[in-house]
Design a protein around this ligand. Structure first.
Ligand SMILES: NC(=O)c1ccc[n+]([C@@H]2O[C@H](COP(=O)([O-])OP(=O)(O)OC[C@H]3O[C@@H](n4cnc5c(N)ncnc54)[C@H](O)[C@@H]3O)[C@@H](O)[C@H]2O)c1
Length: 357
């Protein structure tokens, strides 16, 4: 069963759980705000449902509250940061603020952020730069569990390695492309498994490497593996995310046997660029406008009402969920309350805050 929770009360409820895990008030607010925003945009796989895992990671020592990024190199155009295993929601924000400052000053900045805990929805970071009129490109690796098989391989060797491109657009909200390189997010496979549904072809293989449409192989042992989107093309992008987000940032790549740890580390290579300083601003505005108009005049295919660009679907969901509330299933809410139990925080307090009391 699902209930609807209004975003502000949900933030207050999540904030109090994160604070009970040892975070200062400002950090707890950032984490809650970031996760609830992911829910508001329709990406529940990266919303408040992450809290139980974060709290387990804090209790295990794999996630350190109240950290700040440490610069290991800062030439202005190049910035290398150690995320110190801190909350990605806080580290990511500070890191992006530093990169944005430098890109505004010198036209661009390449920022290598390694060793930070889960950065959540990567689009959140592109949005910070885009809000300042900057282009923002991100390659991210995930050190958590190997879930995705290489093209031509039969067992999982890396994570769901997301990539993201944000482009500010003249006279309209930005282009915001943000997705995992796996054909489908793992959270969506868990939902399909719980509902007894099958998944479309091309998403999964069983432990022998045979194609399957049974989501159990991504959820319960014996595990098969997820596939990258677009066969060799998505696979290549996933490897690029590992090489750039993992190896080049110094944060590390995935090359282990299965881990029992709850922590999720991300490495992120970010390129921030100021289009106004490239000398092509007038052409950029004109050509972007012309292209988008041309694109949107495409006749809708069966089953579609119109052509959209990346970022639009999330803005539509945000409008609906801001008004109606965020759907919360009972299992996810119970897991959040159990995380509060582990921190000796009264469930009744969390529940009252979520009700807006
Ligand atoms: N931090 C991590 O370790 C990690 C790992 C994996 C994924 N993620 C995050 O998970 C989130 C979800 O990833 P996903 O792979 O499930 O995303 P997805 O498959 O839902 O794709 C989302 C992207 O496709 C665009 N899109 C969707 N429908 C469209 C349409 N009809 N027309 C045009 N564009 C359309 C969206 O605007 C968005 O840019 C992302 O925010 C990603 O950053 C994070």
């Amino acid at each position: 069963m699902e209930t609807l929770i209004k975003p502000e009360p949900l933030k207050r409820a999540i904030e109090v759980v994160v604070a009970a895990g040892g975070s200062e008030a400002a950090e707890a607010r950032l984490v809650a705000d970031n996760l609830v925003t992911a829910n508001l945009l329709g990406h529940d796989s990266h919303g408040v449902g992450m809290i139980p895992r974060y709290i387990d990671a804090v209790l295990e020592g794999g996630l350190a509250p109240n950290q700040h990024p440490k610069a290991t190199l800062d030439t202005g155009a190049l910035l290398a940061l150690d995320g110190c295993k801190g909350y990605g929601q806080a580290i990511g924000r500070e890191a992006m603020q530093l990169a944005i400052q430098r890109a505004k000053r010198s036209g661009s900045c390449i920022m290598a952020l390694g060793n930070t805990h889960h950065l959540g929805r990567i689009g959140h970071w592109a949005e910070m730069a885009v809000a300042e009129g900057l282009v923002s490109i991100h390659f991210v690796n995930v050190i958590s569990h190997a879930r995705v098989a290489p093209y031509g391989g039969r067992d999982a060797r890396f994570g769901t390695n997301p990539c993201c491109i944000g482009v500010p657009l003249p006279g309209e909200p930005p282009f915001l492309l943000d997705y995992a390189t796996s054909a489908v997010a793992q959270g969506k496979l868990r939902v399909a498994h719980n509902k007894g549904e099958k998944v479309p072809a091309g998403r999964l293989i069983d432990p022998e490497g045979n194609a399957t449409n049974d989501p159990r192989y991504a959820v319960v042992p014996p595990f098969g593996a997820m596939l990258a989107f677009g066969e060799h093309k998505g696979y290549g992008m996933a490897v690029a995310c590992e090489l750039l987000g993992g190896a080049l940032t110094g944060g590390g790549t995935w090359h282990y046997d299965e881990s029992r740890k709850q922590r999720v580390l991300n490495g992120m290579l970010t390129i921030v660029l100021d289009p106004r300083q490239l000398g092509t601003a007038a052409a950029f505005e004109r050509e972007a406008r012309l292209f988008l108009d041309w694109l949107r005049r495409s006749r809708p295919a069966p089953g579609f009402d119109r052509v959209r660009i990346a970022g639009e679907p999330e803005r539509e969901v945000r409008e609906r969920r801001s008004r109606d509330g965020i759907p919360m299933d009972q299992a996810t809410w119970e897991e959040i309350l159990r995380a509060a139990d582990k921190l000796k925080l009264a469930r009744s307090r969390v529940q009252a805050l979520a009700r807006g009391e």
